[in-house]
Design a protein around this ligand. Structure first.
Ligand code: HEC
Length: 84
């Protein structure tokens, strides 16, 4: 269940970052946007651009728009080793 909620939130988050505007968006989109603003934007910034050399941009990030299972696993469990 937790993975499903994270997955739905990430789908909404990616949609929000890609599309920019929240107008006319559905409930999951709004929930993902709120979750991102409250939980992620301090580091990755509201526009998803991050801060160079500190927090990676999520906007147009190939990892983020790639396999959703890897993204969910990273958010839930983190990663070890040299990261992108
Ligand atoms: C306290 C600051 C902070 C917060 C809050 C934060 N992150 Fe991150 N995030 C980072 C840093 C730093 C990295 C890069 C780690 C590295 O490469 O060593 C990262 C990496 C990532 C990556 C991997 C990017 C890549 O290219 O490998 C994803 C995806 C991600 N964050 C998503 C999120 C999401 C979604 C949230 C909110 C639920 C979030 N982060 C909240 C600091 C943060």
């Amino acid at each position: 269940m937790e993975r499903f909620i994270v997955f739905i939130s990430l789908v909404a988050l990616i949609g929000w970052i890609s599309l920019g505007q929240a107008q006319g968006a559905d409930k999951a989109f709004q929930e993902g946007k709120k979750l991102f603003e409250n939980t992620c934007a301090d580091c990755h910034r509201l526009n998803g651009q991050g801060l160079p050399a500190k927090f990676p941009a999520l906007d147009k990030n190939p990892f983020v728009i790639g396999d959703p299972n890897q993204v969910i696993d990273t958010v839930l469990n983190g990663r070890k080793g040299k990261l992108g």
